[in-house]
Design a protein around this ligand. Structure first.
Ligand code: ADP
Ligand code: MG
Length: 258
């Protein structure tokens, strides 16, 4: 579903100077849920970083579009995907069956960090704000407004506990590829309700030898989904993977100093 083979690389190379030229210049201009805005402010995030400025509005645009985000380590890539993700999930647990989002990361420490960032974003969510018109998902059965449920599926944890976590109907799964694939294959974990997929630190996912597991996971995801890939570098193997797993992605590449 992508055009020519070298097309993507060419596009990426021509995108070198795209700093801040896309989307609103502040969190206030991005159409974010009031609870999300309040949470960002309370945590001291005053202005979006360049990768956030480019990615957040793009990811919230309609119809949903895939995105490859490339920016150096420390440039704020976590919020670049977590803010749109939380907004799209409406900040609340859905009583529908199955996870709606999956975030794949190379290591358990990173998984823990990512969950912290996500939970902090929904902490101040209020029922009032949950009726905001911008919500993607209206779930009238969720009157109590239970917060999003997160599951950590990472290597080195007990399999039984992780199966329990999965049985708890999480909204978002944060996983390392090997362990997630194990749960899919050995414990029949279904990914059929997944609408959003994030590959975080994608270059490291590949360096650590997860390519095969990732391809296996891709094959089990619904075709209709929004897929994001974030990375500090974009080696050729990753471009190939993105071509297979993402559909006509928007490319956001920022210079080293951004
Ligand atoms: P990356 O994933 O690109 O390496 P992180 O998402 O881990 O970067 O963010 C790096 C640091 O920058 C974190 O400490 C984070 O809290 C901080 N940060 C992220 N976005 C902002 C922002 N908009 N304003 C201030 N600090 C931010
Ligand atoms: Mg990161």
């Amino acid at each position: 579903n992508m055009k020519g083979g070298t097309e993507m690389l060419k596009k990426i190379k021509s995108k070198g100077k795209s700093k801040g030229d896309i989307g609103g210049g502040s969190f206030q201009n991005m159409g974010l849920h009031p609870s999300l805005l309040r949470s960002l402010t309370l945590q001291g995030y005053r202005t979006p970083t360049p990768i956030q400025r480019a990615s957040i509005p793009a990811l919230l645009a309609s119809p949903p579009r895939d995105l490859v985000g490339m920016a150096r380590t420390g440039s704020g890539k976590t919020l670049a995907y977590m803010v749109p993700l939380v907004q799209r999930l409406g900040g609340r647990h859905a009583h529908t069956f199955g996870a709606r989002a999956i975030i794949l990361v190379p290591a358990r420490e990173l998984a823990t960090q990512v969950v912290k960032v996500g939970k902090a974003l929904v902490r101040g969510w209020t029922n009032d704000a949950a009726q905001h018109a911008g919500d993607d998902i209206e779930d009238s059965s969720n009157k109590k407004g239970e917060s999003l449920r997160w599951s950590l599926i990472v290597g080195g944890e007990g399999l039984d506990e992780q199966f329990e976590m999965i049985s708890n109907n999480p909204d978002i799964i944060i996983a390392t590829p090997g362990r997630l694939l194990h749960l899919i294959v050995e414990m029949s974990l279904s990914l059929s309700s997944v609408q959003y997929v994030v590959f975080d630190e994608a270059d490291r996912l590949f360096e650590l030898g997860f390519a095969t597991a990732l391809t296996e996971i891709l094959a089990r995801l619904p075709v209709s989904r929004q897929t994001l890939l974030f990375s500090a570098t974009l080696p050729k193997s990753l471009v190939e993977f993105a071509k297979a797993g993402l559909s006509d992605p928007k490319l956001v590449r920022l210079d080293a100093e951004s």
